[in-house]
Design a protein around this ligand. Structure first.
Ligand code: OGA
Ligand code: MN
Length: 303
């Protein structure tokens, strides 16, 4: 089964585009991302991004201002949460790493659960740009799952049953934070959202599932039951047949579509020994159709 449209491959002026798998991804070579695109190139890159969901630009070396300039060509940069803010000099470039304050590997890898970036926000991220700065000798992959393919693989009766389903995306309620209550500032920065489970991609008009680790529970059910339903849906959505695993090469810069992919870091390297450092910028998306804020009812976390 292929989730990608079958028409002839779209071209980017001056670049070579090579599909990476049947479910998503295309490698782009021959472009220098430190230089601004002309309009035709920018539009072609965006079209390829919508079509393949994940672009892998090879052989790049961007500093932080250059990564910001590259990102801004496609929209508005997203601010990061207080915990994730980058250096004071470039707060819009988040340093994703396993390094501690002293610059040494800690053994801890973040973002190892399936998610889509900032899905708890009223305007979840449209795209994330992740640029490899330091890679471990091997491993440290990033794994992606295609939520269009996952939706399309559902039988029609399941699609119908889920047509009106809603999901609470909540940083406060989502599982990985159970042991780490948010600070008041983090709570203010991240009120919970109620999004449709099935969203229509604003560019391709294709339908896709919107889930991930910030998805707390299915709306209208007690927390435990709603959470169990989300786990079932996520198990389907992240099945191996919808996945692409990215094995990083030096110089890679990835740009992926958060509206229709889930992703996670694979800690398949010795994170106590080897440094892994990425520079990350995010583009703000639009509010998905039908999304509304969700106020967590008193005592709900115990239901
Ligand atoms: C991210 C993320 C995964 C990785 O930057 O949003 O989830 O492999 N990164 O580091
Ligand atoms: Mn992420």
């Amino acid at each position: 089964m292929s989730a990608l449209p079958q028409e002839a491959s779209s071209a980017i002026p001056g670049a070579t585009l090579r599909p990476l798998s049947d479910v998503m991804g295309a490698e782009v070579t021959g472009l220098d991302l430190t230089r601004p695109f002309d309009v035709a190139t920018r539009d072609a890159v965006y079209a390829a991004f919508v079509r393949y969901h994940l672009l892998v630009f090879r052989d790049q070396k961007l500093d932080k201002p250059q990564q910001i300039a590259f990102t801004e060509q496609f929209g508005t940069l997203e601010e990061h949460t207080a915990r994730n803010r980058g250096d004071a000099d470039y707060p819009l470039v988040h340093e994703v790493s396993n390094l501690g304050e002293d610059g040494r590997p800690t053994g801890v890898v973040n973002s190892t659960l399936w998610h889509t970036d900032k899905s708890f926000r009223p305007k979840p991220s449209m795209a994330t740009i992740l640029h490899a700065i330091i890679l471990p000798p091997d491993g440290g992959d990033t794994v992606f799952a295609n939520m269009i393919a996952a939706y399309e693989a559902l039988p029609d009766d399941r699609k119908n049953a889920l047509a009106e389903a809603r999901v609470i995306h909540s940083w406060e309620l989502s599982r990985e934070n159970v042991d780490r209550p948010l600070t008041e500032q983090e709570k203010r920065e991240s009120p919970s959202m109620n999004h449709m489970l099935v969203r229509t991609h604003p560019d391709s008009a294709r339908q896709c599932m919107f889930l991930g680790m910030h998805a707390s529970h299915l709306d209208g059910l007690p927390l435990r039951e709603g959470r169990a339903r989300i786990e079932d849906l996520e198990a389907h959505a992240t099945d191996a047949r919808f996945q692409y695993r990215h094995t990083w090469s030096p110089g890679d810069l990835l740009m992926w579509d958060n509206r229709c992919l889930l992703h996670h870091a694979d800690p398949n390297f010795d994170a106590a020994r080897h440094p892994r450092l990425m520079h990350r910028t995010c583009l703000r998306g639009a509010t998905p159709d039908g999304s509304v804020p969700f106020d967590i009812p008193e005592g709900f976390a115990d239901s």
